[in-house]
Design a protein around this ligand. Structure first.
Ligand code: SAM
Length: 307
């Protein structure tokens, strides 16, 4: 799978992939379970975060004041990252390796004492990554992973968003109609004509249908926000470029969400992950559904130790 759409996502400067707020970090039970796991980080620990994104997990540990100046934090991700959070950028103990695969880690044998991943491990080639973790994690080293599962609430919500995003970019669909309307309005110097009215009605009809099907999912594509900027009172001069840019962003969203569907662990893949861990001398102490505040399952939590 290509890492371009993840690079695009991280270049927007976001800190986490599923934070409660656009540029915020994980909150609630997710934050709590990570702080509990990180609580007894020691000075000589090396904490490795695989598929780290813009470093959300490492930021959680540092913001909570865990570890000391000798504790090392390493984040690895195959996308191009844009690390901005000052707790990460201003700290000599933190190293990020972007454009680097978890299956081939730039770390010495038995160098790592804690390995973590939030919605990351399942995106990688699990068999290869776990074998690589066996090489870098020292005996007695601990792991905690939270992974997406196919039956989780996150997957359900994002399946609906994926459907809406695909409909927006469909040939002859919503985005194409908006593009035609922009073209005509530019030509007529924003004067309403029967042609623009016809396109406007078509666009409103197509949007109305999607709002009826799943308003929340449709809003999550950011199309309504984009549309109000596009046709807002300020009448931006570069509307064609705005449409092109949105088309690109929507393509990235579709690819990311397809990647998510593909990465999420089915029961079978979860069993395979556990088998890979055991075959590589990891002991699994916990493997349980992970719940969010609302009591909805948002993934699976695995915790254990290297033998
Ligand atoms: C859902 S994001 C999670 C990022 C971060 N852990 C977070 O919670 O914000 C999944 C990440 O996996 C990364 N990824 C996918 N395959 C990878 C691989 N083989 N090696 C390293 N990173 C990978 C993507 O680039 C993306 O940043």
């Amino acid at each position: 799978m290509s890492s371009n759409y993840w690079s695009q996502y991280w270049q927007e400067g976001r800190l986490s992939s599923f934070g409660d707020e656009p540029n915020g970090n994980y909150q609630g039970p997710t934050k709590d379970v990570w702080l509990e796991f990180f609580a007894n980080i020691k000075a000589d620990d090396l904490v490795l975060d695989i598929a780290t994104g813009n470093g959300a997990l490492i930021a959680l540990a540092l913001e909570a004041g865990l570890g000391d100046e000798k504790t090392k934090f390493v984040g690895v991700d195959y996308a191009k990252l844009k690390i901005q959070n000052v707790v990460l950028t201003d700290n000599p103990s933190v190293t990020f390796y972007d454009q680097t695969r978890a299956e081939q880690l730039p770390l010495e044998e038995s160098s790592t004492s804690l390995v973590v991943s939030q919605y990351g491990l399942e995106y990688t080639d699990i068999a290869k990554t776990v074998a690589e973790l066996r090489r870098v994690v020292r005996p007695g080293g601990r792991f905690q992973f939270i992974c997406h599962t196919s039956d989780s609430m996150v997957l359900k919500i994002n399946r609906d968003i994926l459907r809406a995003a695909r409909i927006i970019s469909e040939p002859g669909g919503i985005l194409e109609t908006a593009r035609k309307l922009v073209g005509l309005l530019d030509k007529t110097n924003n004067k309403g004509t029967p042609g623009t009215e016809k396109l406007r009605n078509k666009l409103n009809g197509l949007i109305g249908k999607q709002l009826d099907i799943n308003e929340r999912a449709f809003h999550s594509t950011n199309f309504p926000d984009f549309l109000s900027r596009l046709f807002g009172k300020s009448r931006p001069a570069n509307r064609k470029d705005m449409v092109d840019q949105f088309a690109e962003e929507n393509r990235g969203l579709i690819e990311r969400l397809e990647d998510l569907q593909h990465a999420a662990l089915s029961e079978q893949r979860l069993e395979a992950l556990q088998a890979h861990l055991r075959n590589n001398h990891f002991t699994i102490q916990r493997c349980e559904p992970f719940f969010q505040r609302t009591n909805e399952v948002v993934g699976v939590l695995l915790r254990g130790e290297a033998g």
